[in-house]
Structure formats: C-alpha cells, structure tokens
Ligand binder design. Sequence first.
Ligand code: FE2
Length: 493
Amino acid sequence: MAAELVSIKSGKQGNLLLVDDDPNVVAILQEMLDDGQYNLISAYSVAEALSIIRRQNISMILTDLMLGDGTGVEILQEAKRLHPDSQIILMTGRPTIQNAVDVIKEGAYDYLVKPFGIERVRMTIERAAEKIRLEQENIKLKEMMSFYQISEAMGSIIDLDALLGLILKTAIKEYEADCAAIFLAKEDTLELGLRLAIGFEESEFGKMVMEHCQDISKQTVAKAASMIRNDPEIEFDWGERTIKSSMCQLLMVKGKILGTISIVRYNNNHIFTSGQLSGLALLGSKAATAVENFNLYEDLRKTYISTVEALANAVEARDSYTRGHTERVYLLSCAIAEELGWSPDQFNDLKIGALLHDFGKIGVPDCILNKPGPLTPAEAEIMKKHSAAGAKMVESIPFLKPALPYILYHHERHDGKGYPMGLAGDDIPLPGRLLAVVDTIDAMTSDRPYRKGRPIAIAMEEIARYSGSQFSPVVVDACLAAYRKGKINFLFQ
Ligand SMILES: [Fe+2]
C-alpha cells in the first residue's frame, strides 16, 4: 500500500458527505444544505463512500442505513476509524427502535427518519457541528495545558534531553501514540542523527519501527513538509504487530531546519488526523526552540571556556615553575570527582574552578612568583594573598562565579590551619577540599629548581598520612580509590 497524505479541510466547516442509493434523496439533501457552510460531496453506494473517506478528510456524513451494496454502519465504522473527530448521521425509511439503538451504539451522532423536513435536517446537522466544535475546543484546551506545562519547563530545565523527553512524552499521551523520536539534523548536510527516542521496544519489531521513523524523518526533511503516513509498506512479516499510522513534523527556527519529531501508532484502530498533525507542529516548535536555545547556550559556553583558558594561560605564562600545572590539576580533580559521583553541572564548574584556582597569582610580583628558592616568611605572606585576591577579581563576573569556591578555599586545611579564612572540616566547601588535595599532589610530584619531583606513589602515601589533619578524609578516600583503579598514574608518567 502506498503512503497516503491527508488533505486539509476544503469547505468552511469541512467536507460533508451525502450517501444514498436513491439519487433523488441526494439531490434533495444537496438543495437543502447548499448554503456554503459545507463542501458537499455525494456518493451512491457503500463502495463509493468508503473510497471517498479513505482519500479525503471528512467532517460529517449523512448516510442511508440500507444501501444496495451494504449498510451505512460499514461507512460509519470506517469513518470513525479514519476520522475519529467526524460525526455521522444515519437515515432510514423503515425505522425500528432496535435500529436506532444499534447505530447510536456504533457511534452515530443521530438517526433521521424519512421523509424529513428541511428544518429537522438542518437542526440535526447544526447540533452535530456544535458537538464537533466542542470536542475540538476540548482537545485544544488539553493541548494548551500540555504546551503550557512545556513552556513552564523550558524556563526551568536546562538539560536538553530532559526537555525533549517531556515533549515526546506529551506527544505520546496527547495523540495516543506508542512511541516517539526526535532526530536532529547536522547544520551543513542536514544528515539526521537520533537524539532521543521513547517507547521503542528492544526487539526486531522495535528496530523496524525506528527505521520507519528514520525514513519518514528523511522524507520530511527532503520535502521540507510535514506528513502523515498510514499503513506503510510492510517489508517483512511483523506477525500480529504493525504500524498503523505515523506522523512527522519538521523542527524549524527562523527558516532553519533543526530536525524532526515523529510519532507512531501500532495496532490502534485510529489513524492520525490533519488536526493532530497541526498539534504536533506546536510541540515541534517547542522542541525546535529548546534545541536552538541549547545550541546558543553551547556556543556561549565554548566561548566562555576559551576566555577562562586564556585567563589561566595568562597566569601560567608568568609562573615558569607551574607550566602545565592547571591542566594536570583539572585532570586529577576529574578523577577524584568521578569517585565522588559528581553531576555534569559540578564537572562544568570544576573545569572553570581548576583552570582559575590560582588566578590571583596574577597580582603576585615576579620576584616572588619566580623565586628559585624557598620563600621568606614575608614573601610567603604576599603569596598567600593570591586566593582571596583571585576570589575578589572573579566575584563580580557572573560567568566566573562557579570558580569562586575553588579559588577562595583551595589553601584551607581540614584542621583549620589553612588560609585565607582558617575554616575547618566540612565548613570548607567541597570544591576547596578537593583542590587542596589535588594542588598538593601536583606540587609534590613537580620538579622545582631546588628539588626533584617525588614519585606519585610517595605523594599518595603523604596524602593518606595527612588525611584528617591537613586534608578532608572524604576527598583523600576518593583520591586513593581513583589511584587504586589506575585513574591517576598516567598523569604522572
Ligand atoms: Fe594556589
């Protein structure tokens, strides 16, 4: 079966299908209803009516109950399957209570008894139209509530995957889908890569559904147009399970294609409608904004990391003894932070903090900073000012603030004998406690003009010896665990 595209409503209130095997009845109805409200379409058999509703979007159907080649109930069932929002009114010349009950049970809106007057027909159609309108309002309201929740989340969730996950879950819930996926396009080639998928089974069937999503996403990007696909070609036997309907929307911002959002229904009887495709467009626009914001944020973050690296290099360029120190400090800190189970956000702050922890040395005179021998007590006092001075320099720059605890507290000691504030134990923020250990390891293992650097194994013994006095036991334990796992040795080879 070929892919089927659903057309957009053509009349003011959509298409109204009139079905009767008596052409006179159809002609009378056409005359009665020819007021421009609906685009009127006629059919004279069940087969003809089914062919029309499979090709076009239909808002309402007025059909005879008994037709030459079948019953109006067959038309009703197919219309409800393909166009769940449509309303169907049955007509008959031979009414029975049982007939009326049966058709209403099947989902018909009403039941008209022939012969009928113009007022009765118009009134029934108007009430059915009102029901359609109210149901659509209700759907819109529900959609708006979901969109509102997503908009709220966009203001508070920075994690792109968490936001996209919320959007996919909303799409699955709102449109009674089984699975949903977002593909993002490469900026230059528009090549698609899966960013997030929800509801896909880990089975051969799940793999095929994913390939289907990829396929409709590629087509959507190639045509730069959204689509609904019903009953796609089945390339191999999926047994009981099959894809009933799927739809795909472009993620676009200011004319730029960022990717696609696609959702799939398996064995559900209903296929997606053009109204639902429009709803998915709204969800897609939220996803596109989230992706665009994330990209802008990432660009900004990269620029800002380069600025921080330039600042760190400026300090290192002045201090000839600590070349490569900040990079080693960063890598060593990462190994310990991993053992402490830090979050991605904490790792981001750690990068800036490790790079800038000695930023205050920029204010220490060259003769002290580059002195080839040990410092005099007076010189040491000047050197000690670098942590507070560095903190003062960055505290007024919002994007450097995460570095503050690293800069200010990395010379504090667990026993309270450190500087600049003499804090003790857990009063010292964890970034400071972490960096105190790392800074010491790097200093011990680095060569100085007046002494050779010691092996990392010796540095580890020293760190362990001073756990609970100079260093925080929590950090020392994490450091020794990382060392035992081989995460530290390679930095000192
Ligand atoms: Fe320092």
